[in-house]
Design a protein around this ligand. Structure first.
Ligand code: PLP
Length: 332
């Protein structure tokens, strides 16, 4: 190579390094050395995904990261490069990646007993239910474990229908509650809907204080709930479902004062109030353990998922409801 070209190339790479150090903030020191990675390359993984997985599984980037290890707030790619995880697996990894206490709890349990069934006794499910119930206000003291947030919401909606004898559910526009037969109806974002029957869900105007039609006027938004009940239903509804902060919808807060009024109106129509805590529960709002507590309400059913907590080493998804004999009878 000509000497001039070599010097120019050296200059360019120095410039690139300078740009990189100028634009990429230096990570704070962290006492963890990722294990050497000898798995397949990102390209090989992408090829296999394309060949064997549904094309509906998309990623957000033209060159997605190959994440091979996690430690607390950090993730590592196949080259050992460290990234700050500001996403926490869609708000799932509540106390960091591979927290040693969580890993220990899983390991101890997996060594002792990997699977059983509720047909036999084992203390863990009752202990966990008791611990969860202790975190709940009012008479929210009965837990039902399911396999995902979607499943918890499916069951909550079905139980509200069976308990009230009504069919109509009120949900909010821009909400996300899951992607199965019933929950897709409650979800109100076109990205997550398909052209299949989604019966009996009405979407009230979203009380978004920033972009919402009525700014932060709680009364006007509740007036819409009233009108949905008056003009879209028999006047009796099965329930109302909402997130305290919409997660998939873009971290959208709710107009203050809305939820107590909406709950009041829905209960007047015979409905149960369901709080979807899948993204906001477990202290993720900071000030309170549950998102609904920030609005001063007590729901009738609380659904939750996406938690990796020390207590929750194996069973992670569940929902809670007030004791309701009629519901028990209807289901079992
Ligand atoms: C608020 C909310 N509810 C329900 C769900 C569905 O939970 P899962 O993905 O565990 O089925 C999600 C998932 O993102 C969610 O954000």
């Amino acid at each position: 190579m000509m000497r001039g070209a070599r010097i120019a190339r050296r200059g360019l790479s120095r410039l690139a390094a300078a740009v990189e150090t100028a634009t990429v903030p230096r990570m704070p020191a962290f006492d963890h050395v990722p294990l050497p990675y000898d798995g397949p390359s990102a390209a090989e993984i992408a090829r296999k995904r394309a060949e064997f997985l549904s094309p509906s599984l998309f990623h957000f980037y033209s060159n997605p990261l190959n994440i091979v290890e996690g430690k607390m707030q950090y993730l590592y790619d196949e080259h050992g490069r460290r990234y700050l995880d500001a996403f926490a697996g869609i708000a799932t990894v509540g106390c960091g990646h591979c927290h040693p206490d969580v890993v220990d709890a899983i390991t101890v349990q997996a060594r002792r007993l990997q699977h059983s069934t509720v047909l036999y006794l084992n203390h863990a499910i009752g202990d966990f239910a008791e611990a969860l119930a202790a975190k709940m206000p009012g008479d929210l003291k009965v837990v039902f474990f399911t396999n995902s947030g979607t499943e918890a919401n499916e069951l909550a909606i079905m139980m509200a229908r069976l308990y009230t004898g009504s069919h109509d559910i009120i949900s909010l526009r821009n909400s996300y509650h899951g992607n199965a037969a019933g929950t897709m109806g409650a979800t109100a974002q076109k990205n997550w809907k398909f052209s299949v029957v989604q019966s009996g869900v009405h979407h009230a105007v979203n009380p978004d204080p920033y972009r919402g039609a009525f700014g932060s006027d709680a009364d006007k938004y509740v007036r819409d709930v009233h009108e949905v009940i008056e003009f879209g239903t028999t006047g009796q509804v099965a329930g109302f479902i909402s997130e305290a902060i919409q997660g998939v919808g873009g971290i959208v807060e709710m107009t203050p004062g809305y939820l107590p009024l909406a709950y009041e109106r829905v209960r007047k129509a015979g409905g149960l109030c369901i709080a979807d805590e899948v993204q906001v529960g477990f202290a993720r709002v900071g000030s309170h353990f549950w998102g609904f507590e920030t609005h001063g309400v007590v729901p009738d059913i609380v659904t939750m998922a996406k938690v990796h907590y020390i207590y929750v080493s194996l069973a992670t998804f569940f929902f809670l409801l007030r004791p309701a004999r009629a519901v028990d009878q209807a289901i079992f």
